[in-house]
Design a protein around this ligand. Structure first.
Ligand code: GDD
Ligand code: MN
Length: 397
């Protein structure tokens, strides 16, 4: 069997930490893997491969691979591509027969890729190949994600209809409303032309919908540095766009699903926080009330709050962030997470005690309503700090 025809992976859409080992063009695996998703690109495929190979042979000879992932195109794009592999040893072809769709094509390509940097470009020459060099330079500078954007300096779309321009901008505004923490980081969230560091998305379960793979990567990956390079989206030279209304509907579905999965964790964290409030209030009563031990308010508060922190940690570790904790098993790891959680909550505890004393002694609130108010103020900060530090939560399953 032609070694350049690779079989399409199946199962979960997860990119492995360590690259797949397969046919290597030289004695070390390529640094950069570029995926071309294709459907009926017979008229463009020879041209794009020639241009990409020339450009990358100049820029990074022997350190890249190109993987075409074709969905069994009726125009036999995959066959034409396969014939090209004899002239381009760094070219591999995947012919998918069962699974369909642009974004899963890209992920399946990344799953069998060997590079540390995983890229995607359209095969119809609407994404100018020369922009690859600038994107790679950004990745070399340390970016986790480098995106070719039509909406920054040097960017633009050629003869797009008013409707398509309106739809693209409209989709972006919708994204800012539904998923601001992701979409606000990208000037062109619809871009299908970008590259990402393997380690930033490795072992994340990706579940894209339709065409928009970039928001999936930006939402689920460990992406701290996003670089953008302007480009002008060109006119097609052959074939036609497969974008239909369906892609726009799928985009909204995708945003809502990501929204839910991000918020789900916050809701769970809030529910756990509620159990912590009960623990805090009950022990504040038992320790500080005359009918209880009658200890001083601050001392009672510190003990009650610490018991609530331990309660919350146990619930969060096995429920809210259980899917991540289970990947970091063992007592030592758990103790490390408890220490981090405690240190972060310590900050919250200090704020809590301060707020409590201010509300009781200056605003004359009862100690119980003051405590409730202080706790709710501190809960939001606690979620954000823990999300970023204790569980390093960036994946959304
Ligand atoms: N394997 C596979 N399966 N490839 C597909 C499929 C599919 O179902 N649908 C489209 N493709 C390939 C096309 O062959 C082309 O190489 C690329 O994906 C883009 O498809 P187009 O139909 O040309 O999309 P477009 O030009 O309207 O929009 C593109 O550019 C936009 C701006 O970057 C897409 O990449 C959009 O996602 C992107 O927003
Ligand atoms: Mn196109």
């Amino acid at each position: 069997m032609n070694q350049s025809l690779l079989s399409a992976p199946s199962g979960a859409l997860k990119i492995p930490y360590s690259p797949a080992t397969k046919v290597v063009v030289c004695d070390y695996p390529p640094k950069f893997s570029l995926i071309l998703p294709t459907y009926n690109e017979a008229g463009n495929i020879k041209n794009i491969i020639e241009i990409l190979s020339q450009l990358l042979d100049q820029y990074m000879p022997g350190c890249y691979e190109i993987i075409i992932v074709d969905d069994n195109s009726p125009d036999y794009t995959w066959k034409l591509a396969l014939e090209l592999t004899s002239n381009y040893p760094q070219l591999h072809v995947v012919r998918r027969v069962d699974e369909k769709g642009l974004s899963t094509a890209v992920i399946r390509g990344w799953q069998i890729a060997q590079g540390e940097i995983l890229g995607v470009i359209d095969a119809d020459l609407q994404h100018p190949p020369e922009v690859l060099k600038k994107l790679l330079e950004e990745m070399d500078r340390g970016a986790d994600l480098a995106v070719a954007s039509r909406h920054i300096e040097g960017g633009g779309v050629s003869e797009w209809s008013i409707l398509r321009r309106f739809l693209s901008r409209g989709a972006q505004i919708l994204g800012l409303i539904i998923l601001p923490e992701v979409i606000s980081r990208l000037s062109d969230p619809m871009s299908g032309y970008f590259m990402v560091r393997r380690s930033a998305i490795a072992c994340k379960t990706l579940s894209p919908v339709g065409y928009k793979i970039l928001i999936e990567v930006a939402a689920r990956g460990c992406i701290s540095w996003i670089a953008e390079v302007g480009y002008v989206f060109k006119e097609r030279q052959d074939g036609e766009s497969k974008v239909t209304w369906k892609q726009y509907v799928e985009y909204i579905q995708h945003l809502l699903r990501l929204r839910l999965s991000i918020s789900a964790r916050f809701i769970q964290f809030g529910l756990v926080g509620l159990t912590g409030v009960v623990v805090d209030m009950v022990f504040l009563y038992l320790l500080s009330d005359e009918t209880g031990l009658g200890l001083p308010l601050t001392r009672s508060k510190i003990i009650a709050a610490e018991l609530a922190v331990i309660n919350n940690f146990l619930w969060n570790d096995c429920w809210t962030f259980g899917d991540i904790s289970r990947r970091q098993p063992g007592k030592r790891q758990r103790l490390k997470r408890l220490t981090k959680f405690n240190l972060i909550c310590m900050l919250g505890l200090i704020l809590n005690v301060l707020f409590l004393n201010v509300f009781v002694s200056i605003l004359n609130y009862s100690k119980y309503s003051a405590n409730l108010l202080a706790i709710s103020l501190v809960t939001v900060c606690n979620f954000w700090f823990n999300l970023k530090l204790s569980w390093r939560v960036t994946e959304i399953d």
